[in-house]
Write a protein that binds this ligand. Structure first.
Ligand SMILES: NC(=O)C1=CN([C@@H]2O[C@H](COP(=O)(O)OP(=O)(O)OC[C@H]3O[C@@H](n4cnc5c(N)ncnc54)[C@H](O)[C@@H]3O)[C@@H](O)[C@H]2O)C=CC1
Ligand SMILES: CC(=O)C(=O)O
Length: 377
């Protein structure tokens, strides 16, 4: 199979869908890899390194998109939709629940769209989301700390405090991968950390893991309102896989925050969970102020630490990508249930329930699309 890797064009998206090590893995399995020139430069990989690994360097995005399978990082932006073709496999983050136009474009062009973020193991783990959630969770506190500084519009709170002055309050809603990694950083800085989740077993694990160095609270409107009021830094870190994020923090709650407090809504890629986070921001213009509170809602946070993020991402995407290339997506999905859950759109049908529900499309179970492959076995 020919695999194409276009250069990412989202604002300040410096990651790339394949490293030279990834090229080696595909070549070893008998595939061709076409990399758009300079696609790896933001992550520190040169065209020469890709060539040495056996890739062909192509001059334009269109050439990379003409491959049988396109491997990317971010969901395509509108300027990329014209590259969609019937039967083409698109393997990337998609976050379709808050993206009606992209969903429609994939349906109309009958693309086989495989979303990194919905590939799911029986345990419920999301192996292709986890590393970027680790990155974004860790970044959320370093970014929050930065925007709490006065020159950045913040209220001038040092999260760790100093002897004689209390530390800042960090409130994290959602105790999964993002939340845990945010907590690690915030606890490490010496902040006063509260984490809320609806899953009490998860809170139990966090309580054990952090040995009493953070406070856990059941997530409900009462506890959220009280915690938000006290937050110097509020981190949104919830997820219901594949679905639009639940709205948990109302505008009224945000109004109770101190002027110069900071919100980092990491869950913005699934639509966000804070009412005043009403749009996606970019790395080049990352914040806006509403009710005196600094809001940060960048949907591709790991793109700013691209060297680390590209390696962490491709460590987990390439093995699944090789399975798709070796077997074709149908056989690969039949052989690997986790991978089957990644298929969101195929042959003009929506095969991921939460995405169908979000946009009012009929849901078609993926098994129906795999019938042909089953029959061939
Ligand atoms: N903005 C960015 O650049 C990035 C965003 N993300 C996003 O961050 C979000 C979180 O991802 P993960 O931590 O990996 O997910 P996860 O599945 O590991 O954790 C989500 C947590 O939210 C909890 N939750 C669900 N409903 C809740 C509620 N009503 N109240 C409190 N907690 C609730 C779940 O119980 C779970 O523990 C996702 O939307 C993900 O796509 C991830 C990486 C980068
Ligand atoms: C998870 C995601 O969308 C990102 O890393 O950009």
């Amino acid at each position: 199979m020919i695999i194409g890797v276009p250069k990412e064009i989202k604002n300040n998206e410096n990651r790339v869908g394949m490293t030279p090590a990834g090229v080696t893995a595909f070549k070893k399995n008998g595939h061709e890899v076409w990399i758009q020139t300079t696609a790896g430069s933001g992550s520190g990989f040169t065209d020469e390194e890709y060539q040495n690994a056996g890739a062909k360097i192509v001059g334009t995005a269109e050439e990379a998109w003409s491959a049988e399978m396109v491997i990317k990082v971010k969901e395509p932006v509108a300027e990329e939709y014209h590259n969609f073709r019937e039967g083409q496999i698109l393997y990337t983050y998609l976050h379709l629940a808050p993206e009606p136009e992209l969903t429609k474009a994939l349906i109309d062009k009958k693309v086989t769209a495989i979303a990194y973020e919905t590939i799911q193991l029986d345990s419920g783990a999301l192996p292709l989301l986890t590393p970027m959630s680790e990155v974004a969770g860790r970044m959320s506190v370093q970014i929050g700390a930065q925007f709490l500084e006065n020159p950045k519009g913040g209220r001038g709170v040092l999260l760790g405090g100093v002897p004689g002055v209390a530390p800042g309050n960090v409130v994290i809603i959602g105790g999964g991968i993002v939340g845990t990694n945010a907590a690690k950083m915030a606890v490490g800085l010496g902040a006063n950390v509260t984490i809320l989740d609806v899953n009490i077993d998860r809170l139990r694990q966090l309580d054990d893991q952090f040995g009493g160095r953070l406070k856990t609270l059941a997530s409900n409107p009462f506890n959220i309102a009280n915690a938000v009021k006290e937050a110097d830094l509020l981190v949104g870190a919830v997820l219901i896989p594949g679905s639009r994020a639940p709205m948990l923090v109302s505008e009224e709650m945000v109004k109770t925050m101190q002027p110069g407090a900071v919100i980092v809504d990491v869950a913005i890629d699934q639509g966000g969970s804070i009412e005043t986070v009403d749009h996606i921001t970019t790395h080049s213009d990352p914040t806006y102020i509403k009710h005196g509170v600094v809001h940060y809602s960048v949907a591709n946070m790991p793109g700013a630490v691209a060297r680390t993020s590209t390696m962490a991402l491709t460590n987990v995407t390439i093995p699944y990508g090789v399975q798709i290339a070796n077997k074709g997506y149908k056989q690969a999905a039949l052989a690997n249930k986790a991978l089957a859950k990644g298929i969101n759109v195929v042959d003009g049908k929506v095969t991921y329930k939460a995405v169908a529900e979000a946009h009012g499309y009929q849901y078609v179970a993926i098994e129906e699309n795999l019938n042909e492959a089953v029959a061939a076995l």
